[in-house]
Design a protein around this ligand. Structure first.
Ligand code: SF4
Length: 238
């Protein structure tokens, strides 16, 4: 079983493997997960570059692999348009959102709560609704300070595996893969963004930390929305 396999030291693999070996490793992880979980294996597609690469890899393993997108009322128009195009290209992508009323500018006063309501809760809904046993993410350990400790295969919630098949890829290798396979990507990258999110919480940022432009000026700066850190299948309530 996938979870019982030893996950090697990922930081070593980041340096040790070349691009083609990383692609092979990612495909093999998805293939093995698909054999084990079949329809219960689902890709979380955030419409960013890493998700586009993971989605393409999963489609190479099987065109039948499903996906889900969590969207919010604050996604930029470019992302909303790209989402509509992706869903029409891939009807097996299901969209989840939470339209409940929230206080005005909650993203300024309590971004953690805003993300809990608008991102984490719809992720829980997706996992339940699609009967997901193993979800595939586009997490990478070189993305920023909050992403260095993940494993390729994790069980953060009992009964729900998380597969991070491109964990050891560099940002450059993502673009290499997308260019070589001519994958259509979110047009916001043309403007200089390196990490995409909701418009009030995402700025164009330079430097080593790809996620530095997220939640600038708040306690969450360069941080996480919560889908990788909060319980996803418990009775936890916001
Ligand atoms: S990224 Fe910002 S606007 Fe989007 S859910 Fe989180 S706090 Fe709210």
């Amino acid at each position: 079983m996938l979870i019982e396999e030893v996950t090697e030291n990922v930081s070593e693999l980041v340096e040790k493997l070349h691009f083609a070996e990383k692609v092979e490793r990612s495909l093999s992880l998805i293939e093995r997960a698909y054999k084990e979980f079949g329809d219960g294996l689902v890709v979380a597609n955030s419409l960013g570059k890493d998700s586009s690469a993971v989605w393409h890899l999963a489609k190479r393993v099987s065109p039948k692999i499903r996906g889900f997108i969590v969207t919010t009322r604050f996604k930029p128009p470019e992302t909303k348009k790209f989402m509509a195009e992706e869903v029409s290209r891939y009807p097996e992508l299901k969209v989840f959102s939470n339209e409940q009323e929230i206080p005005d500018k909650l993203y300024e006063v309590d971004p953690d709560k805003c993300c809990d309501i608008l991102k984490v809760q719809p992720t829980r809904d997706a996992i339940k609704d699609m009967d997901i046993k193993c979800w595939i993410t586009g997490l990478r350990c070189t993305e920023g300070r909050t992403r260095t400790d993940y494993k390729e295969i994790e069980e953060r919630d009992v009964g729900l595996l998380k597969l991070n098949p491109i964990l050891i890829w560099y940002e450059r290798e993502i673009w290499q893969y997308l260019a070589l396979h001519q994958v259509i990507v979110n047009p916001l990258y043309l403007k200089g963004y390196r990490s995409l999110g909701c418009w009030p919480c995402t700025k164009i940022a330079q430097g080593k930390d790809e996620r530095a432009g997220r939640w600038i000026g708040t306690s969450k700066c360069g941080g996480e929305c919560g889908i990788h850190t909060k319980p996803l299948i418990s009775d936890y309530q916001i």
